[in-house]
Design a protein around this ligand. Structure first.
Ligand code: SAM
Length: 389
């Protein structure tokens, strides 16, 4: 570093080099954006969760703040208090490598008008505006506080994209149509309003997460009567879209594993240990599933992995077992674990395909059809329309 170079510039340069070396950053335009848009302006502080669960804030007063901000890491930037009193995360600055991966996948051209759902810190809106200019970038967030802060930070760098406080599920009709829509929060179903707001041939990139960990980024192209495209090969996870500017809803009811019907499984209890089959299982689950833990061993490890559905069904799977099988308890109309077992066995039968072999077609009636290799494949799964919770 030379004496005349601001420390952040050197760190931003190193970050761009790292992303290029990893093969994530390919376009010179995004390289310049990473080098010239100062992430630290958009992340004046961030939160870290301690082993006991409590959150601590790191501000610019801390010696390690600047260096951490230019690491290829996501940073939690906003918390809210849930009804049970716990602090939960409601906004973050996405991992730069993931952001660049999405921007590269969108194949953005200089003339494009882009809508971002989930302004958050404003950093990604900053990258987009650096590349495209003020008049071509639009970004919405459900939180007025986040939008206002992002607007001020962008303006301080001379960037004035159109930022709006709105529920991103509705897109931004008064500024449509767009060439690209990028969502940086996950959705349980792709809103057809987005299809209405992209040009024919335009693209939508979003994390489709039906339930916790059940889905990943999908890149859809607007065709005449549908949105269609493939899942990106590498799994990614965003925080879920919220309907209000409050903490996301919590487990709706109490689960007592001992009261459920008993069976056994040889499959792993955690959704992230079998991501693709867990996603495919959603075809048999009428509502999104929440995930949590119950009980604790003397070493503090949870006893049960618990899945709950909005209408009252649940299953609990033993975390640790001395045998090659684990106990399962299920209750309610929807047999959540049975749906997972069925999907897992079909997935194995198909040769355990990864995300790169799966695609999605969304039609105007809201139907979500997941297919293997090709839209006309005889191997497909229909995700049920979602009942509101
Ligand atoms: C991972 S953060 C976005 C990161 C952001 N793109 C950045 O560069 O900092 C996800 C954001 O989605 C926002 N969000 C959640 N529900 C939303 C909704 N219904 N409409 C718009 N934004 C929403 C959250 O408030 C949060 O700021």
């Amino acid at each position: 570093m030379t004496a005349t170079t601001a420390p952040w510039r050197e760190l931003a340069h190193q970050l761009a080099d790292q992303l290029a070396a990893e093969g994530v950053l390919r376009s010179p335009q995004w390289g310049t954006a990473i080098e010239e848009v100062p992430r630290h302006v958009f992340v004046p502080s961030f939160y870290t969760q301690q082993p006991g669960g409590q959150w601590t804030e790191t501000t610019s007063d801390s010696a390690r703040w600047l260096e951490q901000v230019y690491r290829n890491e996501p940073l939690i930037t906003a918390l809210a208090v849930a009804p049970n009193g716990n602090q939960v995360t409601v906004s973050s600055s996405t991992k730069p490598g993931l952001m660049v991966r999405m921007l590269e996948a969108l194949d953005i051209e200089d003339t494009h008008r882009v809508l971002e759902i989930g302004t958050g810190t404003g950093y990604n809106a900053g990258l987009l505006t650096h590349r495209l200019g003020d008049g071509q970038v639009f970004s919405v967030d459900i939180s007025a506080g986040l939008v206002n802060a992002a607007r001020d930070r962008l303006a301080a760098r001379g960037l004035t994209p159109c930022l709006v406080t709105a529920h991103g599920g509705g897109g931004l009709p008064r500024h449509a149509p767009f060439d690209r829509i990028i969502a940086t929060c996950s959705v349980p179903a792709i809103p057809w309003t987005w299809a209405d707001q992209v040009h024919a041939g335009g693209r939508v990139l979003v994390d489709l997460k039906r339930s916790v960990h059940a889905g990943t980024l999908v890149l859809l192209t607007r065709r005449k009567d549908r949105l269609e495209g493939r899942f990106l090969p590498r799994w990614a996870g965003f925080m879920a879209i919220r309907d209000t500017d409050t903490a996301p809803p919590h487990d709706p009811f109490t689960v007592t594993p001992a009261e459920g019907t008993k069976s056994w499984t040889t499959l792993p209890p955690l959704p992230w240990d079998a991501l693709v089959p867990w996603f495919l299982a959603q075809a048999q689950l009428p509502s999104p599933i929440r995930f949590g833990y119950r009980g604790a061993t003397q070493h503090g490890r949870p006893v049960w992995a618990v899945f709950t559905s909005n209408e009252g069904s649940w299953c609990a799977v033993q975390m640790d077992s001395d045998h090659d099988r684990r106990e399962v308890r299920q209750s309610g109309q929807v047999r959540i674990w049975d749906a997972f077992e069925t999907a897992h066995s079909r997935w194995q039968h198909l040769g355990e395909p990864g995300w790169d072999r799966l695609g999605l077609t969304v039609s105007a009636d809201g139907l979500h059809r997941v297919w293997l290799d090709h839209p006309d494949s005889r191997h497909h799964w229909t995700l049920p329309a979602l009942r509101s919770s």
